[in-house]
Structures are given as C-alpha cells and as structure tokens.
Write a protein that binds this ligand. Structure first.
Ligand SMILES: Nc1ncnc2c1ncn2[C@@H]1O[C@H](COP(=O)(O)OP(=O)(O)OP(=O)(O)O)[C@@H](O)[C@H]1O
Ligand SMILES: O=C(CO)[C@H](O)[C@H](O)COP(=O)(O)O
Length: 312
C-alpha cells in the first residue's frame, strides 16, 4: 500500500490558506483528500491567550511537538486523534478521529517551524499576499465569520506583527513554492476576482519545464505571462507571473506544458470536463474564478500527482 501524499500550505492569518486548500481538494476530488488545520494544535483558548498576553502565532502558544508527531503518523498512513479548536467560540471541542485519505493537506500558521514537521511534507507551499491585501482579507473574514469588529482585527494585527516577523515569515524559506496573489498596478483597489499571481519556484522539487515558454511568450515586462530568474530569501529561484487579464489562449500554452508532462492531469486540464478549475469558494462565501488561480491549482496538483508516482 502506498502512503498518503502530504501537502503543506503555510502562511500568516488570512493569507488565503483555507481558500486555496479547498480549491486544491476540489481538483483532487474531496473524497480523496483529508484536510487538517493546525489551529487545532493551539495550546490556549481565546480567553487564556488574552489573559496570558500571548498571540496564536507564537510557537509557545501551540503544541508543535504533538503536531509534528501527528504529521509523522499521517505520513505513514496511520490515524490520529486530533484536537479541535473552534473559531466560532474560541474554545476547544472533543477530539476527532482522523484516518488519512490518499492526499493530506496540512494548512496553518506554523507548519514549517520545526525540522521534524518539515520532513513530513512532499510539497511545501507558502502563501504571501501583500500585507495590505492580507489585512483587508482578515478584516472581512474575521468580522463576517469570527465575531470581531474591524477595530479589534486591526489592533490584533498590530499586536501580532512582532510574532509574524519572528515566527511566521521566516518559514517562507522552507517552501518549494511561494504563492502571492496581488492586485494589478493599474487597479490597486482590486482585492478579489482579478488578481495577478506571482509563483516563486524553488529548485527543491522538479517543476514542469517552462523554458519552452520563453519562445512562445513575449517576455517583455508588459506581457500577461512572465518567466524569469530571481532570488528569494537570497536563494536563486524561477519566477512565473500570470496576470488576471491573461487570455485563455496564453494560459492554455502554460497548461499544456504542465499537463503534457503528467498524463494523470489530462482530465483536470480539460476545461470542459472540469469547470471547477480556477474556481474557489472564499471562506466568506464569495466565488473566485480566474486563470491565475487555475494555474496555481494546477501546478500544486501536478506536484501532488508526481509525488504519488515517486512513492508507490
Ligand atoms: N486568492 C484569493 N483571491 C481573493 N480573495 C481571497 C483569496 N484567498 C483568500 N481570499 C480572501 O481572504 C479571506 C481569508 O482567507 P482564508 O480564510 O483562506 O485565510 P487563512 O489563511 O486560511 O486564514 P487563517 O489562518 O486565519 O484561518 C477569504 O475569506 C477571502 O475573502
Ligand atoms: O490567526 C489565526 C489563524 O486562524 C487565528 O486568529 C487563531 O487561530 C486564533 O483564533 P481566534 O482568532 O478564533 O481566537
């Protein structure tokens, strides 16, 4: 029996982890995917955190040792008894018995913070939207879904900044792919549907060979699809950018490169048989659909399927 394939999606609060996780699960088939949010490993409930004066972002505020143990068990296909934290009430609920499916997505704040945890993943994604966008997303989500006022959310963001800097953002260095959705230069107020995406592709896993793109696309800076070399956290990386206004024809070229390398992806790539590609339900209920989202889902799914071939 092959073991589950483990995908990590890490990033700061309201960076879009749950939203992207749901989108990937939709593409892989929800029945094949087990989703775990590491907020369940908080050590203190909301009231205790306020009393102690610790934020949920601090490693001491989480049972990272138990999270790491559970990751190792899931990687070998074993079941876990997972704690449950409710964002609705800010308290813990009875634990849940989890038997891993073929794919496991672990999403949360501190998923790459220990060496042991990092070793458990097959694919590591880090979400890094611009901070202004993240703040807007957090205000919207926390006021609509978690019972906060906008002033409370903004004050909490300020309080958390030192921990974000010290504990969350450094985890970017451990990821194979950094995903940043960002507004186009000429529409800075855009925070939803037509965002561009910047994908940082580290050479830590073998990505689809996009070099043939260089002949196909106009590589000038005003092209809707751009491929280039850069440095991220001082290490050399490839960078693929896709604009929200890219045309289907342009995007198809990229999708063909990804899908021709991975026969199992053929069904997913076919837009007629898979209208869900690029469609994501945000955690506040809105439906987002765009080519940048579709490509992000495809590249991550490519790596998940590739991993099933390596670890049979
Ligand atoms: N790619 C996206 N495009 C547009 N809006 C997005 C995108 N991703 C997330 N959002 C918005 O940001 C909000 C927060 O996203 P989400 O709940 O997925 O964040 P999260 O990282 O899981 O947060 P937390 O760790 O605090 O639970 C969503 O409700 C949605 O409105
Ligand atoms: O950063 C967060 C990740 O979702 C939450 O704020 C954290 O989990 C604490 O939860 P709550 O805000 O419900 O007290």
């Amino acid at each position: 029996m092959s073991r589950p394939i483990i995908l990590g999606i890490v990033g700061d609060s309201a960076a879009g982890k749950t939203t992207l996780t749901r989108g990937i699960a939709q593409v892989l088939g929800p029945e094949n995917v087990t989703i775990i949010c590491t907020d369940d490993y908080h050590r203190y409930d909301r009231k205790q955190r306020a009393e102690i004066g610790i934020t949920a972002l601090h490693p001491d505020c989480n049972y990272l040792d138990i999270m790491q143990q559970h990751l190792s068990l899931l990687r070998t296909g074993q079941s876990i008894l997972k704690p449950v934290y409710s964002h609705k009430t800010g308290t813990f609920e009875p634990p849940q018995y989890i038997k891993p499916n073929k794919f496991v997505i672990i999403e949360g704040l501190l998923g790459y913070s220990t060496r042991g945890a990092r070793d458990a993943y097959d694919v590591k994604v880090y979400l890094a939207p611009p901070e202004e966008i993240r703040a807007q997303w957090k205000v919207k989500r926390d006021t609509q879904k978690r019972g906060y006022t906008p002033e409370q959310v903004l004050a909490e963001l300020d309080k958390r900044e030192p921990d974000s800097e010290q504990f969350i953002r450094p985890q970017r260095q451990w990821s194979d792919i950094v995903v940043s959705f960002y507004p186009p230069e000429d529409a800075k107020e855009e925070t939803n549907g037509h965002l561009n995406v910047r994908l940082v592709l580290r050479p830590t896993i073998p990505h689809p060979d996009f070099t043939s793109l260089l002949h196909l696309i106009d590589s000038s800076s005003d092209s809707a699809i751009r491929l280039g070399l850069d440095r991220d956290m001082s290490k050399p990386v490839d960078v693929l950018e896709v604009d929200g206004h890219a045309t289907l024809e342009q995007v198809n070229k990229l999708e063909q490169i990804i899908c021709s390398d991975m026969p199992h992806l053929k069904n997913i790539c076919d837009r007629e048989s898979n209208p869900e590609l690029g469609k994501i339900a945000g955690t506040t209920g809105e439906v987002l659909q765009s080519y940048p989202l579709a490509l992000t889902q495809l590249i991550i799914t490519y790596h998940m399927l590739k991993a099933t071939q390596i670890h049979v």
